[in-house]
Design a protein around this ligand. Structure first.
Ligand SMILES: Nc1ncnc2c1ncn2[C@@H]1O[C@H](COP(=O)(O)OP(=O)(O)O)[C@@H](O)[C@H]1O
Ligand SMILES: [Mg+2]
Length: 311
């Protein structure tokens, strides 16, 4: 397999400020914080930490500011050996900072971002084509949109694989993500994305419609409802693994990272869906998107305890 990078992530990386509480504060009353922490986050940032912790060789391209929060947000990625040599630093305070309020009873969360969010995104001319196309997989989340389209175009021309995190949606899919779909080989999305993209309610029919738009594999995750896979050859549902949930932050993101690792191993899509569900379930038992991501052996042990064999 060589020793070059296998996956390049190009997208968002945040500093998550995690606040786990039963009730949110109001302008009249504060609240008791049940648990508190900082972690690296963002859809592609978290997915890349997952892929690296699970054994892949990973590079990440994104932007960071010139202050302490910028350094802090990159720590989770540095600690697991992700190559950050093509990061783009802006001479401005970090703006990819998110306050994550986590419901102490369900582990579900809401995100609050900074107002000037998204300024200074990477421009196509700031990308290193050879660095990107030397990898087997490119993982995108739609952030740095013009650069993402350029990079996806190069990867397609090089015969490599483009993966997109399609996010969760409660309405029509937004334009910046729609623009990427024709360049995508593997589309993995959060809840209701298929309907938001196609206008079709039935997940299997919507998935089939997505296969005519570019992707050859479509997967939609539905939290504890598990995930749905649609390809030209097979359509199946994979249940989630029930666990004692502390925090669901990053559940979908790590699912994406784990999925690419499964593709690198050449497993069947059924096995990959089970593996990715196990990685996400284990993550949900810890506070933070990155801190709780398990190592490869821990995932295999978790699966084995439940009678599932991979490889
Ligand atoms: N409460 C939970 N318990 C166990 N697994 C979960 C839970 N929430 C999410 N997962 C796992 O993580 C995957 C992705 O979660 P999902 O909630 O769909 O993503 P998102 O991060 O977009 O909310 C699910 O398909 C499931 O396997
Ligand atoms: Mg969820």
């Amino acid at each position: 397999m060589g020793d070059g990078l296998q996956i390049i992530g190009l997208g968002m990386c945040t500093l998550d400020v995690l606040i786990r509480c039963k009730d949110l504060p109001t302008w009249e009353h504060g609240t008791r914080i049940n648990a508190f922490g900082f972690d690296g986050g963002g859809p592609v940032g978290t997915a890349m930490v997952a892929a690296a912790k699970l054994g892949a060789r990973v590079g990440f391209i994104g932007t960071a500011g010139n202050d302490a929060p910028a350094e802090f947000k990159l720590r989770s990625m540095r600690e697991c050996g992700i190559d950050l040599s093509r990061m783009v630093y802006r001479d401005a305070p970090e703006d990819q900072v998110v306050v994550v309020n986590i419901h102490a009873e369900t582990g579900e969360r809401i995100f609050s971002g900074i107002q000037r969010w998204g300024e200074g995104q990477i421009r196509p001319e700031e990308l290193d084509r050879d660095y990107i196309t030397a990898a087997d997989y490119l993982h995108l989340d739609g952030f740095h949109n013009a650069a993402a389209i350029q990079a996806a175009h190069w990867m397609r021309a090089a015969g490599k694989t483009v993966v997109l995190d399609g996010h969760k949606t409660d309405g029509p899919v937004r334009e910046h993500l729609r623009r990427l779909i024709p360049y995508v080989d593997v589309l993995i999305s959060g809840s209701a994305f298929a309907r938001g993209l196609t206008g079709i309610d039935d997940i299997w029919k919507a998935g089939a419609a997505i296969l005519t738009m570019g992707p050859r594999i479509f997967v939609q995750t539905e939290g504890i409802g598990g995930n749905y896979t649609v390809t030209a050859d097979e359509q199946f549902h994979t249940p989630a693994f029930p666990v004692d949930v502390i925090d669901t932050t990053g559940a979908g993101d790590v699912f994406h990272g784990a999925y690419i690792v499964g593709l690198l191993h050449g497993w069947s899509l059924r096995q990959i869906a089970l593996f990715s569900s196990a990685v996400s379930a284990l993550k949900c038992t810890h506070l933070g998107g990155c801190a709780g991501i398990p190592r490869f052996d821990a995932v295999l042990a978790f699966l084995q305890e439940r009678g599932v064999a991979i490889e």
